[in-house]
Design a protein around this ligand. Structure first.
Ligand code: NZQ
Ligand code: ZN
Length: 386
């Protein structure tokens, strides 16, 4: 195994009714609060009202309307509000987009220039306001990690902002808040969690410990996504998805592995950057094509192991047939949960593939992938997805 440092400074409060810890976790940092949320789902569920009830003696300012695939324009607005109102702590209530936007605001509030500078050069993040989160959608892992992903519509860029300063101080994870997530977003969330695992699992150097963690998370997400689609208020299913969401993107499942450039994420961010599609859907479309493209004599054993251990393929001596059967079954799973599995189904043609591939290569070291990729490889994978 390779050497690593690891620390997750986020306090987690998991379970039904845990929102009642809010006054305690917020007031630790102050009483001047910026509440960040999206298009209104937290109002429909009563979370918004509960926040105001619990924090009645705080001064709450609000940034509402954060978009899926959060925009730098919202980050700029939020950072300015923090400066104008001397905000002491940020409270984000929503899915990954809201949490990500709040993270970027937290960093932007402590930076003198345009927050987009921080996205382009993450090393400029030297400090951030404390952030508490209330998660309402199991998908990104933003509630338990140090990353945010921000879009700039003017430049067609969707880029990661990663810094140790961006771990939430506390995250409230109440699975019952996810009962109202639509079937489409539930499926997309499951695909995103699985992709976070695949990005760490499909490397040449891993360990039995990490492989076991990864394999059980993918199995859990496949089983529980289907259960949540059948019965949206299935408490056990929603709970497992929420726990899996947090575990999958926090880095803990690949400590000591050889590094991975997160190929599908790098390419998906290009798709979202140009077309504003749902992140998990883009990942599901890309993943089987990436896997198939990456099959070669050095990688086939790894893909065959995945097929046997996760997709229940019967092992035999023909590793390529085992690996391909595993990929076929994964594709069928995505179709079964309702994912449109071709780019043309989500309104994307090949018009920008060259530019996307060039940008993906520039921002992610795709030459370090399990099968090293260059620009032409990325274009080939995208064409396979049409
Ligand atoms: O805006 P509201 O009204 O809240 O509605 C949202 C939104 O329309 C809705 N929703 C959320 N919780 C709900 C709900 N609807 C009903 N009931 C609830 N309980 O769902 C829609 C999608 O929300 P969004 O936050 O966009 O989804 P998700 O959590 O999948 O976040 C996606 C974003 O996170 C980024 C993605 O790129 C994308 O921009 N990622 C962040 C990562 C990270 N921070 O580590 C890693 C990921 O790989 C990913 O890139
Ligand atoms: Zn993701």
């Amino acid at each position: 195994m390779q050497a690593y440092n690891f620390c997750t400074p986020t306090a987690v409060y998991f379970g039904k009714g845990k929102i009642n810890v809010l006054p305690e976790v917020i007031k630790k940092h102050g009483t001047r609060v910026l509440l960040v949320y999206g298009g209104g789902s937290i109002k429909k569920q009563g979370i918004y009202q509960k926040i105001h009830e619990l924090l009645a003696d705080c001064q709450i300012y609000e940034l509402q309307g954060v978009e899926p695939n959060p925009r730098i324009t919202s980050v700029r607005d939020g950072a300015q509000m923090c400066k104008d109102h001397n905000i002491e702590v940020i409270l984000a209530a929503g899915g990954g987009s809201v949490l990500d936007c709040a993270k970027a605001i937290a960093a932007g509030a402590k930076y003198d220039g345009d927050p987009w500078d921080l996205v382009l050069d993450n090393s400029l993040v030297k400090d951030a306001l404390p952030l508490c989160t209330i998660l309402t959608l199991s998908a990104t892992g933003s509630e338990f990690d140090w990353g945010a992903v921000i879009s700039n519509l003017e430049t067609n860029e969707k880029l990661a902002l990663i810094s140790d300063h961006l771990f939430p101080a506390a995250s409230i994870l109440d699975p019952s808040y996810t009962y109202s997530v639509s079937a489409y977003q539930t499926a997309a969330g499951g695909c995103d969690i699985m992709s976070h695992i695949f990005e760490q699992y499909f490397v040449l150097g891993s360990s039995i410990v990490n492989d076991g963690l990864c394999e059980s998370i993918v199995r859990s997400v496949m089983i529980n996504t289907k259960k949540a689609l059948e019965k949206p208020d299935d408490e056990q299913a929603r709970s497992e998805l929420m726990w899996a969401s947090s575990l999958a993107c926090n880095g803990i499942c690949s400590l000591g592995n050889t590094p991975s450039p997160w190929v599908c994420h790098a390419i998906e961010h290009e798709l979202s950057g140009y077309y504003d599609i749902t992140h998990g859907i883009g990942l599901a479309i890309l993943t089987p094509r990436f896997m198939r493209y990456s099959l070669n004599d050095s990688t086939v054993k790894r893909f065959a192991n995945f097929a046997v251990r996760v997709m229940d393929v019967t092992p035999n001596d023909d590793l390529y047939s085992v690996a391909n059967e595993g990929i076929d079954r994964l594709f069928a799973f995505y179709e079964e949960i309702g994912v449109p599995m071709h780019l043309k189904d989500v309104g994307i043609d090949d018009k920008h593939f060259e530019a996307m591939a060039e940008h993906a290569i520039k921002f992610a070291p795709l030459d370090m992938a399990i099968r090293p990729l260059d620009k032409d490889d990325v274009v080939a994978i995208l064409k396979d997805c049409l």
